[in-house]
Write a protein of this length. Sequence first.
Length: 279
Amino acid sequence: MTSLRRRIVDDLLAAYRAGRHLILLFDYDGTLVPIVEHPRLARLDRSGHRLLQRLAGQPRVHVGIISGRRLEELKEMLCLANLCLAGTSGLEIELYGLRLAHPKTREARVFIREITHRLSVQLAAFPGAWLEHKGLGFTVHFRHALPHLIEGLRTQVRETIEPFSPGLRSTEGPMALEVTAELGWNKGTAVSMIVRHLKPCNYALLYAGDSANDAEGMETAIALGGTGIGVGPDAPAIAQYCLPDTEALHELLLDLEDSLRAVTKPTDRTLGCRQRGIA
């Protein structure tokens, strides 16, 4: 195990030995799975599924995914129980089956639909670019657009969303522009809501993300006394530790799982799988 991974795991293990809950929160694309040619291809492999499932089954360990993907898509792709989930960059939240919705969700869907309709027509002038509609937001992907068209595409998107700008927020993604309704909820508020819902009397919090749209989640986690882990070369500057890629994060979580199993009795592990209550 590298010294960096060892340091992170040792800190989490020390907190766990002291009786604290571990709250492990992750972005999805670029963090748990590599960035690929098309979002539908970014599937967590079997070993990754099993690893998250085992961690979420440990007593006093809580696992959450906070993604730019739609919540329903995230649930379909993960197919895992015992998770806290936040989709569309924190606008859709489900905490162990409890669904939370912003009161202005319906209004936001209406004007997002209007914007995406306009953009869908305009993107025909930019071969290779395409729009991913997410209900409460959308992503303009330009990974396959001709390089000399990308700046014009960015300008077109900015001009189209500008009339709606007070109600929108945009962030840069990997070869994409992510736009969501501005409702006051984001990845940072999702982190806070997860912690409040769990209500642990004492906890160690970790947030891992790979790009600019993870900055608020990471900043909130750090403000709550937690640790921010950047994954890859474009991770938020606020990250306290940086891992080179998703494989390195996977290895860190395997190391953490091994360490937790060494200090957890079999009866405790059974209880952790059955019960998600806070002690």
